[in-house]
Design a binder for this molecule. Structure first.
Ligand code: BMA
Length: 355
């Protein structure tokens, strides 16, 4: 009798929204000691192949699947080009295909994250055009391009809205903002301007009633905790803390030296990210990484895995395998000579692929 009474007085548990479910999944990867593996653009093209007749394609191909038998748990896609209403993104991928692939992957039980490389709103050139200062200021309220910029946000929001309210996704606009290579980066705007840009974006999406997004703030590394937080949009604006850090083999260093430098840098970045994530009560991820062309045959097991295995990151994303630039790839593909090392990485108990 007592038991029945107690059951009757318990408030019904609120049903989780798709966004809460997604956040819950990220948190449970961490709680279970898992790291989801992600790959940019993985099911829409790969090394020397791409989906052509996308309306009729079942999206079964993936370089990662070709090599391991499984899809990545997370896919990244880029919205660059959506701002002008283009039909394809900056890498020539139809937005219709990106929408289809996103829904397909979520339907399979995977997770999708969007980055955005929009054009330069003043010059009309690309994200990397830093030839003139004041681009962020021009986009903000009171700036000469503000109205046009709001149209850009509208088009990006339209795309995410078109996925439907049940499809929750990660969005990480204005990434790598502590370097000077993007017009929203480093010395091309003040910290206040950057923060205003990020907040304007999230406020606009929220004003549209788009509640299916987890917002990721993902600067590049090397800036330390103080640098990271100096342009942080604030706890109310950010759900996930990320960091982008690549290995580069510059200045004639050997593969061994490159791996050692990378490991040291990643550990340093993830150490301060972990501290900040704890302080701010956020889940953390390794939002972009890789070694272009994978010349190091032990990169996955000797450089990446040891660098991340002791950190509570929900996922790690490696960059794209271009279909039209043979040397521009960050994951193995069918026939790639060092695919075994990637398989060994994926077989680690911590690493989660889809199925
Ligand atoms: C960069 C390169 C470019 C690409 C851009 C957006 O890192 O891969 O070739 O256009 O990302 O995907």
């Amino acid at each position: 009798m007592t038991v029945i009474l107690a059951a009757c007085t318990t408030a019904p548990k609120a049903v989780e929204t798709p966004r809460e479910q997604l956040l819950g999944r990220l948190n449970s990867f961490v709680a279970d000691g898992k790291i989801a593996y992600g790959h940019q653009d993985d099911i829409v093209y790969g090394h020397s192949w791409k989906v052509e007749d996308w309306q009729n394609d079942s999206l079964e191909r993936s370089d990662v699947k070709d090599v391991t038998g499984s899809f990545p748990m997370l896919l990244g896609f880029d919205l660059g080009g959506i701002e002008l209403g283009d039909s394809c993104n900056l890498d020539g991928i139809p937005f219709g295909l990106i929408r289809k692939a996103t829904l397909k992957h979520i339907g399979r039980g995977g997770i999708v994250s969007f980055s955005w490389h929009p054009r330069n709103i003043v010059t009309g050139s690309d994200s990397w055009d830093v030839s003139s200062p004041g681009i962020v200021a021009a986009a903000l309220e009171g700036g000469q391009k503000h109205d046009e910029f709001m149209l850009w946000l509208q088009r990006a929001a339209d795309f995410i809205e078109s996925l439907g309210a049940d499809a929750s996704v990660i969005f990480r606009p204005w990434h790598e903002n502590l370097g000077n290579w993007f017009w929203w980066g480093g010395n091309h705007c003040t910290a206040d301007e950057y923060i205003a840009l990020y907040r304007l974006t999230r406020d606009y999406f929220a004003g549209r009633g788009l509640a299916n997004i987890l917002w990721c703030y993902s600067p590049n590394g090397n800036a330390g905790a103080d640098g990271f937080i100096s342009r942080y949009p604030g706890d109310d604006y950010v759900d996930i803390l990320g960091i982008d850090t690549y290995e580069g083999l510059y200045g004639g260093i050997t593969l061994e030296q490159g791996a050692e430098l990378y490991k040291a840098e990643v550990k340093q970045n993830l150490t301060y990210l972990q501290k900040l994530a704890t302080e701010h009560g956020k889940v953390m991820c390794f939002s972009e990484t890789g070694l272009e062309g994978l010349p190091d045959g032990t990169w996955w097991t000797n450089a990446l895995y040891p660098s991340i295995k002791d950190f509570p990151i929900a996922y790690v994303l490696t960059w794209r395998n271009a279909h039209d630039k043979p040397g521009h790839f960050y994951a193995p593909w069918k026939g790639f000579e060092y695919a075994d090392d990637f398989r060994a990485f994926c077989e680690q108990e911590k690493i989660e692929l889809l199925y």
